[in-house]
Write a protein that binds this ligand. Structure first.
Ligand code: ATP
Length: 268
């Protein structure tokens, strides 16, 4: 029996209050492979929620079901109050999805691309204001192919912001970026959350998850093994008597790198 409240359902409505995403018993198979094995979780509004796990754990499948891009076999998912399985197209009105920069048509500059996205969403936007938000106003008339890796990632976040989404999905947004560019992207994610949006982040970088996420779910073999704030998970491990092999120092090589090359944006 489902316990998910749908907006307007009497009695159960309070169960989804304050939650951007509610997932119950979600399941997906590819032939005999169970990629997502009956998972349940909730993401609070304005939360940065991390989905972690080794390759093949089922993160992308889960996220793409929530984005309305793949169909689930069983279970329920409400995203921004929309029942994704019932209304997969409607969910696109409330979510922002980052596209890989290789997907962008290079005949247009950044402003023109944002305007094109806005036209697809039937929205009128201030494209320059969006570029400013992601620190790319100086590149407004540049083509995507001329941007650095960090700039491309920030531009892909910009395209995901065009429809003013309530919920933003960031899929490994800092893979391949240098330390400054990663930190710039972290700041961007935090500023997007400060605007009242919810972020679902998949990442293989544990330092990124620890810095950004209010809570993380750790997935493996299609199941959620744990779901808590990073500090609580670390404390639980320490309480079990875990002793790291690392000799803790008050600085690491990344600090040296940042100290020498600066924390600011690299435009080259
Ligand atoms: P990664 O960290 O590598 O991105 P992931 O946690 O996102 O991994 P998924 O991409 O969701 O994992 O894959 C979960 C499992 O489902 C894997 O075993 C994968 O091989 C399988 N899988 C994913 N997509 C398909 C598909 N379209 N057809 C068949 N099997 C698939």
């Amino acid at each position: 029996m489902s316990v998910i409240a749908r907006p307007g359902d009497s009695g159960l409505a309070t169960q989804t209050d304050g939650f951007a995403i509610v997932v119950e018993g979600l399941r997906k198979r590819y032939g005999s492979l169970v990629a997502v094995d009956g998972i349940s979780f909730r993401v609070k509004e304005r939360e940065i929620f991390g989905l972690l796990g080794p390759n093949g754990a089922g993160k992308t499948t889960t996220v793409e079901i929530l984005e309305g891009l793949r169909s689930a076999d069983d279970g329920q998912a409400l995203v921004g109050g929309i029942d994704v399985r019932r209304d997969p197209h409607k969910v696109k009105n409330v979510i922002g999805v980052q596209l890989q920069s290789s997907a962008f048509f290079d005949g247009l500059n950044l402003l023109e691309l944002l305007d094109l996205f806005a036209a697809l969403y039937k929205r009128s936007i201030d494209a320059m204001a969006i570029l400013k938000k992601v620190d790319l106003s100086e590149k407004a008339r540049a083509k995507v192919s001329t941007l650095s890796g960090g700039q491309k990632q920030r531009f892909s976040v910009a395209t995901a912001l065009v429809n003013e989404p309530k919920i933003l999905f960031l899929d490994e947004p800092t893979t391949g970026l240098d330390p400054q560019a990663r930190r710039n992207l972290w700041e961007l994610a935090q500023s997007i959350r400060a605007e009242g949006r919810t972020i679902v982040l998949t990442t293989h970088y544990m330092d990124e998850a620890q810095t950004l996420c209010d809570r993380v779910a750790i997935m493996d073999h299609g199941k959620i093994l744990a779901m808590e704030p990073p500090d609580a998970l670390i404390q639980r491990l320490l309480d079990k008597g875990f002793k790291g092999e690392r000799l803790e120092r008050s600085a690491n090589l990344e600090d040296v790198f940042l100290d020498m090359t600066g924390h600011g944006l690299r435009e080259s």
